[in-house]
Design a protein around this ligand. Structure first.
Ligand code: ADP
Ligand code: MG
Length: 802
């Protein structure tokens, strides 16, 4: 080992000196030969003999080659030593338990990089997904194309200060007979020490070619070669995370080195958890190979392939992500199926009687869904059903039918709405229908007096009240049910899984659950996010629904819009104006709504304009919505806080300001709020005037074009499902379901905005179903179960299995 270290020092010294010195350097052949014999391949030793006589360039090239061999030999020796001292072994549990902070193999600065991104265990490091890859392989100047990135070893010919627009320093360098102009936009002194005339330097950057001249702006510079980050495709990780930990331009390299060391030491102990049959069927690479490649891909992979996430190891890891999620959902489903629940006795004639009690005819889809729910309720196992349908498709009636069935059988129902105003609205709907069946629901919200609440608590506890409609007030500890058998949750994306659970836990047996959402969820997302639920869909809208005419226009075309609005207001209609919610900053949100408010007040001085924004307390928002519903106010200016589901039949125009900042599904939901009454509805999506003029930046321009194209989809179609599919492609799905608060599924490497990943999801679903068919709790696949529970045990409340 000592020999190797000495040899390395000698070679390094030689490499760091200039050509004149190298030329004069003789006598190292013998020294190196003696030091290295027995450590490196014999052929290599033979070549060393001629080293002294080589011209400097060849000498340097050979030494560069040699030092890699020496490094490899040192690595081998180290490993041998380790194995001799003690045979190490780490179990899966060890890998989860070991704290990064305690690892002796890491430097403090590397630990700090892990702290930055909040990684503390080795298993998580294995699966840390790079957001992209960079090609940092050595490239030849003579062979690179315009726009290509690479690592270059060049010799500095000249360095000087210049003043050419923003450019301040110019370096001329060469590699063989190829020249390169390097520019910096500053002239800090370290540039002049780094780029000394005659010195060979390592730089990484993007080549631009113009009239046969190659140049590079602001390359990264390296004083020494490091095999972990040089001459390979390197991963780029997101460094978002703990904002108290400062980062530098080197943090990413510390992270790379840290990960490299961790993989080297621990990866071999990580167990292959994927069943052999699946690996074979899909010809997946093994887990070690996959994880190693995830961070340090083999040079044979093309950078495009990698950045499209379609290399074989990437496909496998994407599959793993989705497969594990599917297993978690199926485990949850199976667990629920094992729990007994209240069987509901439903008279065969109930549906007919229900229909007769309504002032309108149910749509075919409503009937279909009610039947599905009834058949679920009759079972001994708990229902877990999601009802999805566009705004205005009539989900509340369906919920009412379900509540009726349960209440008539003497059991209790809880209906949870996200806001007081919605709870009120539901209460009215439920009340009007249920009273015909002599069932009187109660409303429980936070704004009731303590005395009223107590009275209601008593009624719920002794079972006198069968149907309770309310807000979060329903999950207070004081609320105790006698025999809660059905939980209905409206607009589920506003509720956390936690709240849902809290309500479910108020029952001795597992209650049936019905979740209603106005956001159509594309099949892929259904599988991904709600794989543990059965899904019913209401597609047809009730008869007589007016179509909402949707128009896309530019800021400077507003006069027509104002004319239209004036006409509508004259007819007694009401207008919604919605500004985008700027989530990063509530202040901006407030400002944009307030500015908008002033603008509309100015434009419509004779009208009454109301303002609603996210900073207001819920009570105030409810009050404003209510007074608007009662017709007080012609125009309601708001940020996107306006409640989904509030019925304002008199509103006929929806203006979406800065439409490009909204998701398609979001706009679709907003426009669903109008055209609900007897009147035609109009939706105007407004784009800034600057959208008329193309941008210089081609990438940005392309993005912008596609945003506009997508908005046009809203003009063409009112099919919420088509729209949601498009949104999914555009935004990857998280926003569609809006599950941020309700435990949105975050993947490691999978990303459902990619078509490939969506296809893989289908396969993952099939395989997960297959494997759990005969092994519902993965008792015969304990390792796989461990992996699933580690990731989703808490989230899906399945940690107790096994
Ligand atoms: P959402 O699906 O958005 O929750 P609602 O249940 O609030 O829709 O229904 C919207 C409106 O349509 C309500 O006023 C409701 O009474 C009415 N409605 C529901 N079903 C029908 C139907 N089959 N025919 C006519 N009107 C209906
Ligand atoms: Mg609703």
């Amino acid at each position: 080992m000592k020999n190797l270290d000495t040899a390395k020092k000698i070679i390094e010294k030689a490499l760091n000196s200039d050509d004149t010195y190298l030329n004069r350097l003789t006598g190292i052949s013998n020294t190196l030969k003696k030091l290295l014999e027995g450590y490196i391949p014999e052929g290599f030793i033979e070549d060393i003999k001629d080293l002294d006589t080589l011209p400097p360039k060849k000498k340097r090239a050979f030494l560069n080659y040699l030092i890699k061999a020496v490094d490899e030999a040192r690595e081998r020796e180290k490993n041998k030593k380790l194995q001799k001292t003690h045979e190490e072994f780490y179990s899966l549990e060890d890998l989860r338990r070991l704290d990064i902070e305690d690892l002796k193999i890491l430097k403090n600065i590397e630990k700090k990089a892990f702290r930055k991104i909040g990684l503390n265990n080795i298993e998580k490091v294995f699966f840390l997904p790079p957001k992209k890859y960079e090609d940092r392989r050595f490239k030849k100047l003579g062979k690179v194309k315009d726009g290509e990135y690479g690592l270059f070893e060049v010799e500095v010919l000249n360095v000087r200060k210049i003043k050419k627009r923003k450019l301040k320093t110019h370096i001329i360098a060469k590699q063989g007979f190829q020249f390169l102009d390097i520019y910096f936009v500053h002239d800090k002194p370290f540039l002049f020490t780094f780029f000394r005339k005659g010195k060979k330097v390592l730089i990484y950057g993007r080549i631009s070619t113009y009239r046969n001249k190659k140049s590079m702006i602001q390359p990264e510079m390296f004083t020494e070669y490091d095999p972990v980050i040089h001459d390979r495709i390197v991963p780029v990780y997101s460094l978002k995370g703990d904002s108290t930990v400062k980062i530098t331009s080197q943090t990413i390299n510390h992270l790379r080195r840290g990960i490299f060391k961790i993989l080297k030491k621990f990866l071999k102990f990580y167990p292959e958890y994927l069943p052999k049959e699946i690996i074979k069927k899909y010809k997946f690479p093994g887990i070690h190979n996959s994880i190693k490649n995830l961070h340090f891909p083999e040079s044979s992979e093309s950078i495009e392939h990698l950045n499209n996430f379609e290399a074989p190891f990437q496909k496998r890891l994407i599959f793993d992500d989705l497969f594990i999620l599917q297993l978690a959902q199926i485990l949850r489903k199976n667990l629920l199926l094992n729990e007994p629940s209240e069987e509901i006795n439903i008279e065969d004639t109930l549906l007919e009687k229900f229909k007769e009690s309504l002032p309108f005819e149910l749509t075919e889809d409503q009937i279909k869904v009610i039947k599905e729910i009834f058949s679920d309720l009759k079972k001994k196992t708990p229902m877990n059903r999601l009802v999805q349908g566009d705004v205005g498709s009539g989900k509340t009636v369906v919920a009412t039918a379900s509540a009726l069935a349960v209440a008539l059988d003497g059991k209790q129902v809880a209906v949870m709405a996200p806001t007081e105003i919605l709870a009120n609205q539901h209460f009215n709907t439920f009340y009007n229908i249920l009273k015909k069946f002599k069932i009187i629901p109660v409303l429980l919200t936070g704004s009731l007096s303590q005395r009223e609440k107590k009275k209601i608590y008593r009624l719920i506890e002794n079972g006198d009240v069968k149907v309770v409609i309310g807000t979060h007030a329903l999950i207070q500890d004081q609320v105790k049910f006698k025999n809660l058998s059905l939980v209905i949750v409206d607009e589920q994306h506003r509720f956390g899984v936690v709240q849902r659970k809290a309500l479910i836990e108020k029952s001795n047996k597992l209650p049936h659950t019905l979740i209603m959402t106005a956001t159509p969820i594309p099949r892929t997302l259904q599988i991904a996010n709600f794989g543990d639920l059965d899904v019913s869909t209401i597609k047809t809208l009730p008869k007589g629904r007016k179509k909402v005419e949707t128009v896309l226009l530019f800021d400077d075309e507003r006069e027509n819009l104002y004319k239209k609005i004036k006409e509508e207001i004259k007819k007694g209609r009401q207008i919604f104006v919605v500004y985008p919610l700027v989530e990063e900053s509530e202040k901006i949100d407030l400002k944009s709504a307030e500015e908008g408010y002033n603008h509309w007040k100015e434009k419509f001085p004779e009208c009454s304009v109301l303002l609603l924004h996210g900073k207001m307390p819920q009570e105030e928002k409810d009050k404003i919505m209510l007074s608007f519903r009662e017709g007080k106010g012609d125009i309601l200016v708001s940020t996107t806080v306006i409640e989904v589901g509030v019925d304002i039949p008199n509103a006929s125009v929806m203006v979406i300001e800065e439409a490009h900042r909204f998701g398609l599904s979001q706009i679709h939901q907003l426009r669903g709020r109008i055209g609900r009454g007897k009147y035609e509805g109009y939706c105007y999506m407004i784009l800034p005037e600057r959208f008329k003029y193309p941008l210089d930046d081609r990438e940005e321009e392309k993005k912008r074009q596609s945003t506009v194209e997508r908005l046009k989809i809203l003009v063409r179609t009112t099919d919420g499902f088509k729209i949601a599919e498009e949104d999914l492609k555009l935004r990857g799905g998280g926003d569609i379901v809006g599950t941020a608060q309700s435990g949105k599924i975050t993947f490691g490497i999978a990303d459902l905005s990619r078509e490939l990943d969506r296809n893989i999801l289908e396969k993952a679903r099939v395989e997960a179903e297959k494997i759990t068919e005969n092994d519902p709790f993965l008792n015969n696949n304990k390792l796989l179960r461990k992996i699933v529970l580690e990731r989703y045990g808490d989230r899906f409340d399945i940690a107790g299995i096994g």
